[in-house]
Design a protein around this ligand. Structure first.
Ligand SMILES: [Fe+2]
Length: 195
C-alpha cells in the first residue's frame, strides 16, 4: 500500500497525428519482419521483405505506471493500414496471463477495425472498432485488432498493469482471419488453425 500512496496523480498528453504520448514509458514497435509468422500468406510476406519492404504494422506507447497489482496500465496503440497478401495488418493477438482477473477496455479514436475475440472454449466473437465505440474485453478472451480501413487504427487500451500478455494464443488458435475479398472485408476460416 505504501507504493500506491507514493504514486502521484498522472496526466498524459497524447496526439493521434503524429502519434505521441507524454510522458512515455515503454514503446513497442512491430514491423513485418518481427511478426511475419502471424500472417497466413508466408510467400507474400517473404516477397515483401525480399523487395526491401518491412512496413511498420504496430506501434504502442505505454504509460509510466508500475506493473503492480492495484494499478491500471494505459496505452495508445496504432495498427497501420496495409495487407500481407489479402490479409489485413493486425496485432499478433494475445490472451492475458490472469484470465480470471484481467479484462481490458479499448477506446477507438480513429480508423476502422475488427476486434477478433476468442476464449479457450473456442467461442468466437467479432466486435467493431471505430470512433465513438468502447470495447470491453472480458478477462478470459484472447484479442486481436485488425485494421480494415485506409487510415491508422488508433485506440487507447486500459488493463490491470500487472497483466502479462500470453502470445501462445496465436495465429494457430484464432478460428478466422480477416481478408480483403473482391474489394470487401471478409472473414475466412484460418488455414493455420491447429497446425
Ligand atoms: Fe490485452
Amino acid at each position: 500500500m505504501k507504493k500506491m500512496a507514493s504514486f502521484l496523480p498522472l496526466d498524459i498528453d497524447f496526439s493521434i497525428d503524429p502519434l505521441d504520448f507524454t510522458p512515455k514509458g515503454e514503446i513497442i514497435t512491430r514491423k513485418l519482419s518481427s511478426m511475419k509468422d502471424a500472417f497466413v500468406d508466408q510467400d507474400a510476406a517473404d516477397k515483401m521483405l525480399a523487395n526491401g519492404q518491412d512496413p511498420l504494422i504496430v506501434k504502442v506507447f505505454m504509460a509510466e505506471i508500475p506493473a503492480e497489482e492495484g494499478f491500471l496500465m494505459v496505452n495508445i496503440n496504432a495498427v497501420y493500414p496495409g495487407k500481407v497478401g489479402n490479409e489485413y495488418f493486425m496485432t499478433k493477438g494475445h490472451i492475458h496471463d490472469d484470465p480470471e482477473h484481467a479484462p481490458e477496455v479499448y477506446i477507438t479514436l480513429q480508423g476502422n477495425g475488427k476486434l477478433i475475440l476468442q476464449n479457450k472454449n473456442g467461442d468466437f466473437h467479432v466486435s467493431e472498432m471505430r470512433p465513438n465505440k468502447i470495447n470491453y474485453i472480458p478477462a478470459p478472451w484472447a484479442h486481436r485488432c485488425v485494421n480494415v480501413g485506409d487510415d491508422p487504427l488508433i485506440y487507447i487500451g486500459v488493463f490491470p498493469s500487472d497483466t502479462e500478455r500470453d502470445y501462445s494464443f496465436d495465429s494457430r488458435t484464432f478460428k478466422q482471419i480477416v481478408i480483403e475479398k473482391a474489394g470487401k472485408v471478409a472473414f475466412a476460416d484460418n488455414p493455420l488453425q491447429n497446425k
